[in-house]
Write a protein that binds this ligand. Structure first.
Ligand code: WTA
Length: 654
């Protein structure tokens, strides 16, 4: 990356919060927000401590606020004792026991409702089952389930007994599952026979069996939820049906009080080097971030029906499905399946039938549904919606305007929320009753979040619209604590660039003349495909593991719906296919990557070349490859290329 990146996007439309919305909102004006900001600026620690006292029910109050003595390992509220599941369930029982906690809809149309009392009972029974099977505080439990209430129950049950869950997205392959189980050293795997998605059954148990057959010596038991009812293999002595295991479990399960810093979960995510990182989150700080952002950004109220469409396998499904909505006593909606079953109106049909009031999804879904036409949303009554949100990648102004007009009927504010697996909760986002929005901008840092855009030396860039590195300059409660099993990587990845002073997000960003932030994309080798975060190195490692591949380089190229598509340049062992085309091999390599990582990582394009373009020092010229993949003209210096003819091959012209 050069010192500054010139921005090309200029968007001047401004949408002030609708008066009716602002009048009823928790934070009603820019002045109210400024007062909160002022408190945070005056005393960062006191600000967060005040919120932690107010928002969390502590078993033992904390005395210490922020401990920076082991920076960049920060500890928040470390002598406080709490239980996250207690905060999400028990404390609501007196007032909200009969309130619906979860409305669930399966892909096939089955609907289930769980009140807070029922959810509490199921979590307690399942927690007792985990204990009976030998799981204790600090043990790792891997969860590989479809988007069904049991996923939330399993996560909450782990939290209840102090076990550390690591949820693996159901779309990941057996190999990815095995790597994560092994890295986490998990003792138990919780899965299902399968899930319904896209009209098909996702064979979760079969993938789990394959993962365990190839390794995972730490796994002692596998709990299997019956979702689809189709036939699967059960292994004696290892596999137990969920319904049989909980049959005798009682609903009394006192929460295990843990220190604020006790790890709540690990969640694996991609970085710029090959191996996924087990991002470790805390209990107290994480919970606080989830609660404050539910209130500030989603303006959550008791009568809302909150729907975040993210799968529990991603951080968004952790903070805004499994924890945040429950921690504030809200009603959340979960949907198991694909947005296009039986047709592209499914999301809008669900919103209308259940009366969803807050809807939160990814730009890729918005773009895909926009392409399918306005007839689908306009066929449904969307008048219950009052707030819309997006997350996961930059949203293009065109999609933003469609969301605003066709889904929000120009009545609902849109919160474009920037955050990461590592940050635990929203960091940059509009407060909907207070901050005017601009299509494509995630607007301003939230109170207590000190964000900046800096140059290569770490100096603040004050010139409007000059791009630089997005950094966070002060620790915040919901920040990641380390990378599981690789603390050195934690220190170097996030804190190395600016000598431990700033948290490096890995994104480039600019600020406009109003101080609004615009995310320009990743500054490292991470790509966002349909909002899913993938490391190009991970895909490259998968490719070179194929016997016919000698070398591979993967880059992202712009894609209308997916945001980015995966473009792989491959050098084969032996000769290059005639004319650079070999459809059978391309299919084989795509399936191979699908098996190694998961279908989401299959390259969209594969181009064969005799060589990869490299610098004198042997580094692959990724910028050149990105330019080529996007079909743009080459501006880079290519004089160092050994073989100029390679350029034609890389462009698919030879
Ligand atoms: C990108 C998802 C632009 C960004 C919660 C970040 C965004 C990465 C936005 C983290 C947004 C997330 N606008 N880009 N509103 N939100 N990103 O860990 O590149 O899956 O670094 O967390 O997504 O992806 P992750």
């Amino acid at each position: 990356m050069t010192t500054t990146i010139d921005s090309i996007l200029h968007e001047h439309r401004l949408f002030v919060p609708p008066q009716a919305f602002a009048a009823a909102a928790r934070i009603k004006s820019r002045a109210e927000l400024a007062a909160l900001q002022h408190q945070a600026d005056q005393d960062h620690e006191a600000f967060w401590a005040g919120l932690a006292q107010q928002e969390i029910t502590w078993q033992r109050p904390f005395q210490s606020i922020l401990d920076s003595s082991r920076a960049p390992h920060y500890a928040w509220f470390k002598d406080g004792l709490l239980n996250v599941s207690y905060n999400c369930l028990d404390r609501h029982l007196p007032e909200r026991g009969e309130k619906t906690a979860i409305v669930f809809e399966g892909e096939q149309g089955d609907v289930q409702r769980l009140t807070y009392a029922e959810l509490h009972r199921e979590v307690c029974r399942f927690a007792n089952t985990l204990k009976r099977l030998g799981i204790t505080s600090g043990d790792r439990v891997v969860i590989y389930l479809p988007m069904i209430p049991e996923a939330v129950i399993a996560m909450q049950a782990c939290a209840r007994i102090g076990a550390i869950h690591s949820v693996v997205f159901g779309g990941f392959s057996a190999d990815s599952l095995r790597d994560r189980i092994e890295d986490a050293g998990a003792r138990m795997l919780i899965t299902a026979d399968g899930g319904h998605r896209g009209g098909k059954i996702v064979e979760l148990k079969a993938a789990a069996d394959k993962a365990l057959a190839k390794g995972c010596p730490s796994i002692e038991s596998v709990l299997v939820y019956r979702r689809t009812g189709h036939e699967i293999a059960m292994q004696d002595g290892r596999d137990v049906w969920w319904h049989e295991a909980i049959a005798k479990a009682t609903a009394q399960c006192p929460p295990e009080w843990v220190g604020s810093e006790h790890p709540l979960f690990l969640l694996y995510t991609s970085g710029s080097t090959g191996k996924p990182k087990g991002i470790q989150h805390s209990s107290g700080g994480y919970l606080l971030g989830a609660i404050t952002t539910m209130k500030w950004v989603f303006d959550i109220r008791d009568d809302d029906l909150f729907w975040c469409t993210a799968d529990v396998g991603w951080i968004t499904g952790h903070t805004y499905v499994a924890y945040g909505p429950l921690a504030v006593g809200a009603t959340l909606l979960m949907y198991e399946g694909a947005p296009t079953v039986p047709d592209a109106g499914r999301f809008w049909d669900i919103c209308a039938r259940h009366k969803v009031s807050i809807f939160y999804t990814a730009p890729t879904a918005i773009r895909a549904l926009m392409k399918l036409g306005d007839a689908f949303p306009t066929a449904h009554d969307l008048s219950s919606l009052r707030l819309l949100g997006t997350v996961g990648e930059p949203i293009n102004p065109e999609a933003w305007m469609w969301y605003h007009r066709v889904i929000g009927h120009e009545r609902c504010p849109i919160v474009d929320t920037w955050w990461q697996t590592e940050t635990g909760c929203h960091m940059l986002a509009p407060i909907p009753g207070a901050v005017a929005t601009k299509p494509g901008s995630c607007t301003l840092p939230l109170p207590g979040i000190v964000a900046d855009v800096v140059d290569e030396q770490g100096n603040s860039i004050t010139m409007p619209d000059q791009g630089g590195h997005l950094v966070i300059k002060k620790p915040w409660p919901s920040m990641l604590r380390t990378i599981w099993g690789d603390d050195a990587r934690y220190v170097s990845t996030y804190w190395g660039k600016f000598d431990g002073k700033y948290y490096l997000a890995g994104d480039s960003a600019r600020r406009d003349a109003d101080g609004y932030f615009w995310i320009m994309g990743r500054a490292d080798d991470v790509i966002k495909v349909s909002g899913h975060r993938l490391g190009t190195m991970e895909i490259e490692s998968a490719l070179v593991a194929h016997p016919r591949v000698a070398e591979a380089a993967v880059v992202g190229r712009p894609h209308d719906i997916k945001g980015e598509a995966i473009f792989a340049y491959v050098v084969l062992r032996g000769s290059r296919p005639v004319g650079g085309v070999d459809e059978a091999l391309t299919r084989e390599l795509r399936d191979w990557v699908g098996e190694q990582i998961g279908a989401i990582a299959k390259p969209d394009d594969i181009r064969y070349a005799d060589n990869l373009p490299k610098t004198r020092s042997g580094k692959i010229m990724r910028r050149l490859l990105r330019t080529l993949a996007s079909g743009q003209a080459i501006t880079q210096d290519t004089s160092t290329l050994e073989n100029e003819g390679i350029l034609l091959q890389l462009q698919g012209k030879a």
